[in-house]
Write a protein that binds this ligand. Structure first.
Ligand SMILES: [Zn+2]
Length: 74
């Protein structure tokens, strides 16, 4: 049985590195458990920002990748 949890609809990025995370359906957290902010901020380079398109110039977060694969196989 497929869980709704597996449905990835958004991605999250940080300006300071070149990794993107997968965001759960609710849009509140990444698969690896980081909290996602919906509010854009100029002075917080460390904050996760939601993006709606796959950031093709970035690498997927290893934790998100692993969790997603486990979830799909379950
Ligand atoms: Zn992640």
């Amino acid at each position: 049985m497929v869980q709704a949890y597996a449905e990835i609809v958004r991605y999250a990025i940080r300006p300071i590195n070149e990794i993107y995370h997968l965001v759960t359906r609710g849009g509140q957290h990444t698969l690896c458990g980081l909290r996602v902010s919906r509010i854009a901020s100029n002075h917080s380079g460390n904050r996760l920002q939601l993006v709606h398109q796959l950031p093709t110039d970035r690498n997927i977060c290893k934790h998100c990748e692993r969790i997603k694969s486990q979830d799909t196989e379950a």
